[in-house]
Design a protein around this ligand. Structure first.
Ligand SMILES: Nc1ncnc2c1ncn2[C@@H]1O[C@H](COP(=O)(O)OP(=O)(O)O)[C@@H](O)[C@H]1O
Ligand SMILES: [Mg+2]
Length: 218
């Protein structure tokens, strides 16, 4: 699903965020990307969903070279790759339902279809009883579940999560991890970047460690 070959990323001349990363994540896998703060985890994820472009090397996502795809094909890639962030990134003035349906609205999906699919996604994360609540009326764990529903709305083949439990207490963090396992069991490849060693150990999945921009172990 993800094949990275000798990927390097320099944001500026003095320092490099990724020095040389070669790694593979298979279709259907659930794995963790870990390493100390500043190791390059977020940078790697950004390269996978083409928020950033590598300075060297190549990244293939489902066989497609995302370093070389034309701008016009980026929306198509983003439909196939769901992304979840530490700070949820929800629209505060929109309801739960509107937050999840938003992507579909932009894609021009008819209103009725938007609602049906957003409801189904919210049901999958156990939040269909909070459709009309606003993000700030929800707990952190619930907000993250809304963000996950939003990431899943297009049934992506790949789900990327960047420190998804960083703002949550341990109990809520476990619930989010359970949810990722369910998503993975339904066929989506999941890659979670986190520096939470305890959680990684509990989960017992494959772990890729990067340190100072290089793969230290996998
Ligand atoms: N937009 C940016 N501009 C300049 N340097 C950046 C930028 N984003 C990250 N970096 C630097 O790249 C390195 C890796 O950062 P990051 O990928 O965020 O690591 P991690 O997610 O593992 O903490 C750090 O030294 C960071 O300061
Ligand atoms: Mg990070």
């Amino acid at each position: 699903m993800i094949q990275a070959f000798h990927v390097a990323k320099q944001y500026d001349r003095e320092s490099s965020a990724l020095a040389d990363v070669t790694l593979h994540v298979k279709k259907g896998e659930f794995c963790f990307l870990t390493g100390p703060s500043g190791a390059g985890k977020t940078t790697f994820l950004k390269l996978v969903f083409r928020e950033e472009i590598p300075s060297a090397g190549q990244i293939l996502v489902a066989g497609r070279n995302v370093t070389a795809i034309p701008e016009a094909q980026i929306p198509e890639l983003r439909r196939q790759v769901g992304v979840v962030f530490q700070d949820f990134k929800l629209l505060k003035r929109r309801t739960v339902l509107e937050n999840v349906a938003f992507v579909l609205r932009i894609l021009g999906v008819p209103a009725k279809e938007q609602k049906r699919r957003a409801f189904a996604a919210l049901k999958a994360v156990g939040l269909h009883h909070k459709l009309h609540a606003f993000p700030l009326q929800l707990s952190g764990g619930e907000q993250q579940r809304v963000a996950i529903a939003r990431a899943l709305i297009n049934e992506p083949m790949l789900l990327l999560a960047d420190e998804p439990t960083g703002n949550l207490d341990p109990e809520m963090a476990s619930e989010i991890m359970k949810l990722f396992e369910e998503v993975n069991a339904r066929g989506t490849t999941v890659l979670v970047a986190t520096h939470d060693r305890e959680m990684i150990q509990r989960m017992g999945r494959r772990v890729i460690t990067i340190e100072r921009g290089r793969v230290a172990s996998q």
